[in-house]
Design a protein around this ligand. Structure first.
Ligand SMILES: [Zn+2]
Length: 392
């Protein structure tokens, strides 16, 4: 297939056409030259729209059983994170619903959530479990993520987040749950074979740094890659730990210290996950120091953190807008954050996130006048068409 008459192709100044063969990008240039060379049977007129890589969302939580809209009202009445948890909301309310839900229900919800993402241009998505917090419910969530991704037709990277929170039955003795995670749950997830990445939430009220070290060591020993939630509200040393273990990414970072920033800048492996819709959704004033990080050479991506409690958006366009407004990123930096940066952070930089010969033809046609308009408007979806291989 040849796609011609593009208003611009990301990463290829002056080019207006590209060729796709067997699901891969095989050429970029001018339409006539591509027609002569590739003899394509089908052509798609891009009608002057911009072409970008399909978006890569490297931080999402789609495996919940129901939304938490009632908490949004409680927050409007002034309840904070802790107060909401006390009133029966928060992560543990999602846990109760996921434990009660059937696999079929979980698959239906995951499929729906992935379709919502795809509609907004996300063609690859990292998807965490973490609302089950028991072996059975976590394996069910990972199965739902896998099947949901297949049904929605997007590429999914499943992540085990059994270390999202201490479940209520272990509140009085959290160490029992940490040992359970390390000795039983991680090995069982490894055996199930769906998730190759393990994640942990290092925060007051979730896991402390000693527990996190035990979990990360157990995960690495079993051959998992790591991703880490850290420095969201409090700095517990999670960034330093993530860098020490060579985690793929450490995400949130609103409470990042100078020492943590230095660790990230020195790391040639660990990406900073910027999730700018979260402080907005939680009415926090403090944002991650993204400009300082970029200036220091920290590798980064922008994610939605799509979840029912602290960032209920499936749209990376929206996340890019907040990255531009609250984190002061340029349009170019925002596009990088939702494409190549995110793909690289997941170890998918050789197939996703770039318009490059040999890469998967996951492409978007965007209704924007030029790339400077990326993340400028909000509340609008500029995605006109999604191309996945040979399918439009
Ligand atoms: Zn998260």
């Amino acid at each position: 297939m040849i796609v011609h008459n593009a208003g611009g192709i990301w990463g290829h100044t002056g080019a207006e056409a590209l060729a796709i063969k067997a699901g891969k990008i095989c050429d970029v240039g001018f339409a006539d030259a591509l027609r002569d060379k590739w003899q394509a049977e089908t052509e798609l007129d891009a009608q002057g729209l911009l072409i970008t890589p399909g978006f890569v969302d490297a931080h999402t939580h789609p495996a919940f059983a129901t939304g938490r809209a009632e908490e949004f009202d409680w927050r409007a009445e002034g309840a904070d994170y802790l107060e909401i948890a006390k009133r029966g909301g928060g992560i543990l309310s999602s846990v109760a619903h996921v434990r009660d839900a059937s696999l079929d229900h979980m698959i239906a919800i995951c499929t729906l959530n992935f379709k919502r993402m795809l509609k907004h241009g996300t063609t690859t998505c990292e998807a965490k479990s973490g609302y089950g917090l028991s072996l059975e419910s976590e394996l069910k969530s990972l199965e739902a993520i896998k099947v949901g991704g297949e049904r929605a037709g997007i590429t999914v990277v499943p992540t085990f987040l059994g270390a999202h929170m201490i479940p209520s039955e272990h509140r009085d003795n959290p160490q029992v749950y940490v040992d359970l995670l390390c000795d039983e749950m991680l090995p069982a997830v490894k055996e199930q074979g769906i998730a190759k990445i393990a994640d942990i939430f290092i925060e007051d009220g979730a896991f402390d740094i000693v527990q996190a070290r035990q979990y990360c060591q157990a995960a690495v020993d079993l051959g998992f890659e790591l991703r880490v939630h850290a420095d969201q509200f409090n700095n517990l040393g999670g960034v330093e730990l993530a860098c020490e273990f060579g985690a793929q990414s450490v995400d949130h970072l609103e409470a990042l210290s100078d020492a943590g920033l230095e660790c990230l800048a020195m790391s040639d492996h660990t990406f900073a996950g910027l999730l700018p819709t979260v402080p907005h959704f939680l009415r926090q004033k403090v944002d991650a120091p993204a400009r300082k990080m970029i200036k220091a050479g920290v590798k980064y991506f922008i994610g939605t953190d799509f979840n029912p409690g602290s960032s209920y958006t499936p749209s990376l366009i929206e996340a890019a807008h907040f990255a531009r407004v609250r984190l002061c990123l340029s349009a170019q930096e925002a596009i990088h954050g939702v494409t190549a940066g995110a793909a690289d952070s997941l170890g998918l930089g050789e197939s996703k996130g770039r318009i490059k010969v040999g890469h998967d033809a996951d492409l978007l046609l965007l209704n924007l006048p030029d790339f400077f308009h990326f993340g400028y408007a909000f509340g609008e979806n500029p995605v006109v068409k999604v191309i996945l291989g040979d399918k439009i």
